[in-house]
Design a binder for this molecule. Structure first.
Ligand code: MRU
Length: 353
């Protein structure tokens, strides 16, 4: 890890920022070796950054999408695009990745301001960013309270998480990792098992880096180790994020999550999903309606640009899986905790006034 990377990791991270009329994205493909920011001032670069996971995590790509509309408007003014070209550019941002609903939700939120000009869109995008960080901090408190009540606080907890759900994946603080950070602030974390999260290692590259930054004791383990660790009784609860939660509680999250949920059910320990309400998609009835992103074969056939599988092998690379709602012990949002474990999510609780 470079000196710059270590120093910067002592401050609160901002994966997405607006500065000098452009977007600054922490290039998450380079972490933990190098902490560098990519400056984005045009739609093509933003779409490419979202697809390559320079910026990633459902809430973070939502925020980037909202700012993307402001970028598109400015680019339209510079390049003399007509309205059709502008709307096509915004649609490309909205569809850059299909599974996390936050991207479409946040683009759609700022879209009605298009006719009021870039400043109005930008002001709304700033609000999207502020609200996401605030939601994470509120959610962290709810999730920590619930876990303490459910598991007991007689000793610090042993937690397991999958993928990266920290400041890097959000506007700040984090969702599932935010709950873990809140428990750590209360001296209630013994250890975190961070699944490495194949194929792109968001767990070992990003979650471990964030845990190290906070001084939270942790192990990185192979995804295949998670079920055994849980069934041996070494974990008190699993806490994960979500990319989209359907109306019946079915939850799409990083591939490998459903195996963690099955192991938690078998072991009788809580499986907690932490996600802001921007991730809850009541218009999608169940997990069957969630589009699971299928990524390039090379991500599983190669590592570091070197082929690891035989030349004749094909790769199967779904980026997400769906955990049935019945395996979700509870869903925590900024609005509180829902012990759903099957059945319809209450719309008034999630999206009401
Ligand atoms: O492909 P990624 O890295 O964007 O996937 C991210 C995840 O699956 C996270 O667990 C999820 O988005 C929650 S982020 C707070």
């Amino acid at each position: 890890m470079s000196q710059e990377s270590r120093q910067a990791s002592r401050q609160e991270l901002h994966a997405v920022e607006w500065a000098d009329d452009g977007l600054l994205l922490i290039d998450q493909t380079l972490l933990p070796d190098r902490l560098e920011r990519l400056r984005v001032t045009d739609v093509d670069t933003l779409v490419d950054a979202i697809r390559r996971l320079v910026v990633r995590g459902a809430p973070a790509i939502g925020v980037a999408g909202a700012y993307g509309v402001a970028l598109a408007l400015r680019q339209a003014e510079r390049a003399g695009w007509d309205r059709t070209a502008l709307l096509a550019a915004i649609a490309r941002i909205r569809e850059a990745r299909p599974t996390a609903v936050n991207l479409a939700v946040c683009v759609d939120r700022v879209l009605p301001l298009l006719d009021q000009g870039p400043d109005a869109v930008l002001a709304e995008a700033h609000a999207v960013l502020r609200e996401d960080e605030q939601a994470n901090r509120t959610m962290a408190g709810h999730g920590a309270d619930w876990l303490v009540k459910r598991v007991g606080a007689l000793r610090p907890l042993r937690l397991l998480t999958h993928c990266n759900t920290g400041a890097l994946a959000t506007a700040g603080w984090g969702t599932a990792l935010g709950v873990i950070r809140e428990l750590h602030a209360r001296d209630l974390v013994e250890v975190v098992y961070a699944d490495e999260t194949r194929p792109l290692l968001q767990g070992s590259r990003l979650t471990a880096w964030e845990l190290a930054h906070d001084g939270i004791p942790h192990y990185v383990q192979a995804d295949g180790a998670a079920a055994g660790t849980i069934l041996r009784g070494e974990v008190d609860a699993a806490v994960v994020g979500a990319d989209r939660v359907a109306a019946n509680g079915d939850t799409a999250n990083k591939v490998g999550t459903v195996a963690v949920a099955l192991a938690c059910a078998e072991a009788g320990i809580p499986f907690l999903v932490a996600a802001p309400t921007t991730t809850v998609d009541l218009a999608t009835a169940s997990g069957e309606g969630i589009h699971i992103e299928l990524r390039g074969e090379d991500e599983v056939l190669e590592w570091g640009g070197l082929r690891t599988a035989p030349a004749v092998s094909r790769g199967h690379n779904p980026a997400f899986d769906v955990t049935p709602g019945r395996l979700v012990t509870a869903l925590v949002t900024e609005r509180g905790v829902l012990e759903v474990a099957a059945g319809q999510l209450p719309a008034d609780h999630l999206h009401g006034p």
